[in-house]
Design a protein around this ligand. Sequence first.
Ligand code: ADE
Length: 227
Amino acid sequence: MRIDIVSVLPELLESPLQHSIMKRAQEKGLLEVHLHDLRAYGLGKHRQVDDYQYGGGAGMVMMAEPLANCIDGLQRERAYDEVIYMTPDGQRLNQSMANRLSMKENLLILCGHYKGMDERIRQHYVTMEVSIGDFVLSGGELPAAVLVDAIGRLLPGVLNDETSALFDSFQDNLLAPPVYTRPEEFRGWAVPDILLSGNLKKIEEWRYDEALKRTLERRPDLLEEEE
Ligand code: ADE
């Protein structure tokens, strides 16, 4: 999979993509991420990318022309399955959205800044708008890093144990069950007997029950979600 990300602050995206699982995904050639500095498409001597909003009001708006020029250039090179704009007023990211996006070939992600981007870009280029939650961050870079991580780890071959993503929280709309590691007893707190029993069938049942209990207690809304 190839992901292109357009940003006025591409440096913000470098570190999150250069470590751990995202690093491995790229080293294995399963994920290619390309960062594009919107400033390179800025207008005039000052490489302007934002301007005052029509109608007045505080805050700058990302100009249509630099964005359009950048996107046009990228789209001449390849067709994108989705042109995604990271914005708090987008569709809320969840596991099923990450699953669906992980099956695409080419994604283009646009990071918003300031008051957001000129509406005409949203109307004429953007095919999908994604929010990572009901709060406002100062730009779309961290949300883009979150989205790329959520997608990247799902690509076949990225995780060591190929099945492990299948048991993540939210797959099957269930939260993950509790997990334990050595020692069997720590400060008098014991690991549940069942996990030491070696009875794989019983362990699986226990995990399912615990996952269900946890979901009912913490996120009953997940059990009502149709997907
Ligand atoms: N940009 C600023 N806040 C955001 C959010 N919550 N989700 C996606 N993009 C954003």
